[in-house]
Design a protein. Structure first.
Length: 286
């Protein structure tokens, strides 16, 4: 039987991404998340796949019916902060306030039985500067995180971090801790000789040729489960295009029209489940 991998969808509005949010005035921020998310839900239904949906609180508050629909279709709900501010822009106190606000709102939407144990930081902003977030997540009963990118880019990343799920240290997020209480499911990178090639989703899913993407994922699959992520706005051909510098525009919008088709090809090739399920089967959530 094929190895089981984790699929995640980061539900946010098209103006939430780091490269976009400061360039879209409030008066131009039209809501698009439901229209962009429903095709993904239908795609997952067709393939009988369930995923983890990391949802921004602001989006959930504006679109509560969408959140109920996601849960009704059997998907896991995870937290993507309330405001989509990065951890770099927060303090422990302001982060705790967002988690409390998120928890209360999700209880209003989903009822007291809402069981949210997974977190993903916007822009993968959990790193050495924001390791304080681990203790705050534990305070609010989160059991796993999926924010660390074990690949150093100009915008994010933790060089030298493990590339497989591990119990993360709140002192050094790049180091496993045998009795650590929070499990980390890092973004997927493929080790090819001295190179670490990011293949977890986003711009890498949209931009890499399918042949290279599959070659890397099959290489990873021989050793461990991987995690794939996508944003509804980057799979929807009606996503508004903000005015950005050339490189930022390329990273944000390249091949948006082809992304949903590439995601479907992955669903046809690999076995996927929510992060919670994959981590539980590995024994890390026991």
């Amino acid at each position: 039987m094929k190895r089981l991998h984790a699929l995640s969808i980061d539900v946010e509005e098209w103006y939430h991404p780091e490269l976009v949010r400061d360039r879209v005035p409030a008066c131009d921020r039209c809501r698009q998340a439901p229209d962009a998310t429903l095709p993904i839900l239908d795609l997952l239904d067709r393939h009988g796949v369930q995923a983890t949906f990391f949802i921004v609180g602001e989006t959930a508050g504006e679109c509560p019916d969408l959140i109920r629909e996601i849960e009704c279709r059997g998907h896991e709900i995870g937290c993507h902060t309330y405001s989509h501010r990065t951890l770099w822009d927060m303090t422990p106190a302001s982060f705790a306030a967002e988690l409390a606000q998120y928890q209360a709102m999700m209880q209003d939407i989903l009822g007291d039985g809402a069981d949210i144990i997974g977190f993903r930081a916007p822009t993968f902003s959990l790193d050495a500067r924001t390791n304080w977030a681990i203790d705050v997540l534990l305070e609010y009963n989160y059991r796993y995180d999926s924010s660390i990118f074990p690949f150093k880019s100009p915008l994010y990343g933790v060089a030298g971090a493990p590339d497989a799920p591990y119990r993360v240290s709140s002192v050094d997020v790049s180091r496993p801790e045998s009795d650590g209480r929070l499990v980390e499911f890092p973004m997927t990178v493929c080790q090819w000789g001295p190179l670490r090639i990011p293949v977890s989703g986003g711009v890498y899913l949209r931009g890499l040729p399918m042949s290279l993407l599959n070659a890397c994922l099959r290489r990873v699959e021989r050793e461990r489960s991987f995690v794939i992520y996508a944003h509804p706005w980057e799979t929807h051909d009606q996503t508004p295009v903000a005015s950005l510098p050339a490189l930022s525009r390329l990273a944000t919008y390249y091949n948006v029209r082809g992304a949903l088709g590439k995601l479907e090809k992955l669903l046809q090739t690999y076995r996927f489940a929510p992060l919670r399920t994959v981590l539980a089967r590995s024994g890390l959530l026991n």
